[in-house]
Design a protein around this ligand. Structure first.
Ligand code: NAP
Ligand code: G4F
Length: 334
């Protein structure tokens, strides 16, 4: 029997990687797209999955649209990846962030409970919920206390507990993936890794003189999105719903990301090419994230495949290719 998946956030970074995995496994994939005058399918195009996805229009903030879509698509698995996911914007857009990331999850859980209660439900939770909280040795696990430090993290914590609560109250199969930062060539351009990859590529090709960034000392546990969507799928193949942390176990600073990215294009001394701009600093920073995903390893058999250096090279190479293609198009136009 062919399985059906309902994926929100299909046009973001993780949605296309997950859709690729599910289509390869023979799923029918419905992808939720919010209404835009000019919808952007560049990420599903990049991974070659646009034609395989059945796109449906709706919005996490519109409960009626979710009720109608869950009733009409009858999914076996629901992956809720949609969110206002940019931490930096969440102070200025606190209400919008809360409505989509917190209440939107309640609406989707309700739609599943009413129309397809046997569906397995995945919620995209986040290491941001830990804030600066850590265990001895400075790492985070499933047992580390949460201490969110942004409107984004607070909205995600509400969604985390609502997901747990639907499991405990109604016996539904729900799972939280507490994912640490994961990146790829289709990462949104405002996130620090992609901003650096694109900036380095443009500097290398003589198209830009510098990159403006905020806190270079922040440390993150950066993995590859293609690896992380496998963990999402594995969580929904278990006999019962549970919550799992997903990380690489390594932490690197923004500065180290810059080192690796510039080194890859043969620039050793990048200090004069990076400007620190207070506009990119946050009212409350999360200083260090480093996860220990032993539970995912033991119970799901999941391990990351792509390491830090390979991830940086992959992202910079992809941006070099994109920038060169643009230059080629311009030359052709002349
Ligand atoms: P992303 O690239 O920002 O994609 C977010 C997606 O959500 C986009 O497709 C966006 O559509 C959609 N969306 C936003 N508001 C919506 C709404 N009100 N209704 C319906 N769709 C809406 O995020 P990502 O990096 O793929 O991350 C996927 C999920 O994992 C997010 O929930 C994020 O918070 C969470 N997460 C990410 C990471 C990470 O490191 N990437 C780590 C932990 C957790 P439009 O573009 O059309 O607006
Ligand atoms: O790339 P970032 O914006 O990612 P952040 O805030 O860690 O959030 C991402 O990962 C979370 C999981 O931990 C997700 F839940 C969330 O949706 C998102 O995908 O920033 C990373 C670090 C921060 O400490 C930030 O202050 O880089 C620092 N940084 C320094 N300069 C910058 C910049 N971040 C951005 N975006 N832009 C800068 O210029």
């Amino acid at each position: 029997m062919q399985k059906t998946a309902f994926v929100t956030g299909i046009t973001g970074q993780d949605g296309p990687y997950l859709a690729k995995l599910l289509l390869e496994k023979g799923y029918r994939v419905f992808g939720l797209v919010p209404r835009h005058s000019n919808p952007n399918f560049s990420n599903t195009d990049y991974l070659g999955v646009t034609s395989g996805i059945e796109f449906v229009t709706g919005d996490l903030t519109d409960e009626g649209s979710l009720l109608q879509l869950i009733r009409s698509t009858r999914p076996d698995e629901v992956y809720n990846l949609a969110a206002q996911s940019f931490v930096g914007a969440s102070w200025d857009l606190a209400r919008l962030t809360t409505e989509a990331n917190a209440l939107g999850v309640l609406y989707l859980l309700n739609a599943v409970k009413h129309h397809q209660p046997t569906a397995k439900f995945y919620q995209a939770s986040t290491s941001e919920m830990f804030g600066n909280s850590a265990e001895d040795g400075g790492v985070q696990t499933e047992r580390t206390p949460f201490h969110p430090r942004s409107p984004y993290a607070i909205s995600k914590l509400y969604a985390y507990w609502m997901t747990v609560n639907f499991r405990e109250s109604y016996g539904m199969f729900t799972a939280n993936g507490i994912l640490f930062n994961h990146e790829s060539p289709i990462r949104g351009r405002e996130f620090v890794t992609r901003k650096i990859a694109e900036g380095v590529a443009r500097i290398k090709l003589g198209l830009e003189e510098s990159i403006s960034l905020g806190n270079l000392d922040a440390r993150r546990d950066w993995g590859f999105a293609g690896d992380y969507v496998e963990a999402m799928w594995l969580m929904l193949q278990q006999s019962h719903g549970d919550d799992y942390l997903v990380s690489t176990g390594e932490t690197h600073s923004v500065r180290e990301f810059l080192d690796a990215a510039f080194a890859h294009v043969g620039i050793a001394d990048w200090q004069g090419l990076v400007k620190v701009d207070p506009r990119f600093k946050r009212p409350a920073e999360v200083n260090v994230l480093q996860g220990k995903s032993r539970k995912a390893e033991e119970r799901l058999g999941w391990k990351p495949k792509v390491g830090f250096e390979e991830l940086v090279r992959m992202m910079v190479d992809a941006d070099l290719e994109r920038q060169r293609a643009r230059l080629g198009e311009k030359a052709f136009a002349v």
